[in-house]
Design a protein around this ligand. Structure first.
Ligand code: HXC
Ligand code: NAP
Length: 267
């Protein structure tokens, strides 16, 4: 059996990662490059995506950064075509572009709600719908990045909760439709991940960070590498019978508030 943790587990593969100028998705792209994949990354900012690609080419890995907004289907399709023309058929597609801000529903305009749904949910449909014709089928692996908020309602996050819930269903529907073509479609649901824009926006003070950790079963934030390792596993033949799954990599966040001292009573 292939060992997913050995170097070059993705040798010869082509990976396309949307929303990868920073954070978790850039971490996945870098992990994939080190595992031997040729990597294409996209985001809105010309400067940010070029700098992100440079982190990989500076290490000697083939990588290409393209500016494209996932809300624009034609731009996504053009980026995928450029990836295909540059490196060949695409084996792995990650859809992780996202936007977030903390606001109560009454402090959120219709456009504020729409903006997040457009980036997260419509963007994921765009990336997956457009990539199909460029895929190396059978055997391709598509991964959406969702969040525990897809199943756990969360205060001041109605836009994100709705968008991520939709992403879970897009994942499952496409897994059903495209399974016969040998295309697997899964999602990873990260819990709070250290050193990310997402957690900077959600837990803005050390006290807030401590409070988040105190409610999680494993009592800590995860790391970008935790998520990249899960994405690597899903992108190899080790996961060849896994499709339509929402994989929690969240320290138990989806379980809900584990703030009580559970071990004290029963341990
Ligand atoms: C209320 C807000 C707001 C805020 C923006 N809006 N910020 N409303 N409170 N704090 C409103 C604006 O007023 C506007 O509505 C609408 O949203 C669109 O704003 P724009 O600035 O024009 O949008 P845009 O330039 O497209 O930027 C998108 C963005 C921005 C989502 C608003 O924050 C962004 O670019 N984010 C990308 C980076 C990011 O968010 N990373 C974190 C992902 S983490 P009006 O009506 O005025 O026109 C994540 C965590 C998930 O997803 C779960 C974690 C556990
Ligand atoms: P991040 O660094 O802000 O990553 C978001 C990325 O999306 C950026 O590269 C951004 O680049 C890009 N992007 C935003 N809007 C875009 C658009 N319209 N088109 C193309 N690209 C766009 O945030 P992160 O915290 O690492 O989050 C990454 C993913 O993990 C997201 O899907 C998020 O919901 C999910 N997640 C995060 C956490 C966490 O703890 N951080 C927890 C659960 C889930 P540009 O600005 O250059 O466009």
């Amino acid at each position: 059996m292939q060992n997913v943790f050995k170097d070059q587990a993705l040798a010869g593969k082509v990976a396309f990662v949307a929303g990868a100028s920073s954070g978790i998705n850039l971490g996945i792209a870098q992990h994939f490059a080190r595992a031997g994949a040729k990597v294409v990354i996209i985001s809105r900012s010309v400067e940010k995506i070029a700098a992100a690609a440079k982190t990989m080419t500076d290490e000697g890995f083939p990588a290409l950064g393209i500016a494209a907004d996932v809300r624009d289907y034609a731009a996504v399709d053009a980026a995928l075509k450029q990836a295909h023309d540059t490196y060949g058929k695409i084996d792995i597609v990650i859809s992780g572009a996202a936007g977030n801000f903390v606001a109560p529903a009454l402090g959120m305009s219709a456009n504020g709600f729409k903006t997040v749904v457009d980036i997260d949910l419509n963007g994921t449909f765009h990336v997956f719908r457009a990539c199909f014709q460029y895929l190396n089928r059978p055997g391709a692996s598509l991964i959406a990045i969702t969040a525990p908020q897809a199943v756990n309602p969360s205060l001041f996050q109605v836009h994100v909760c709705a968008a991520k819930a939709g992403i879970n269903m897009v994942t499952k529907c496409l897994a059903m439709e495209w399974g016969p073509a040998g295309v697997r479609v899964n999602a990873i649901s990260p819990g709070p991940i250290a050193d990310t824009e997402g957690m900077l926006r959600l837990a803005t003070t050390p006290e807030a960070e401590r409070a988040v950790k105190a409610r999680i079963a494993l009592r800590d934030y995860g790391t970008k590498t935790d998520i990249a390792d899960m994405a690597l596993f899903l992108s190899t033949d080790n996961a060849k019978y896994v499709t339509g799954s929402i994989i929690d990599c969240d320290g138990g966040a989806k379980l809900g508030d584990a703030g009580a001292d559970a071990i004290g009573n029963f341990g």
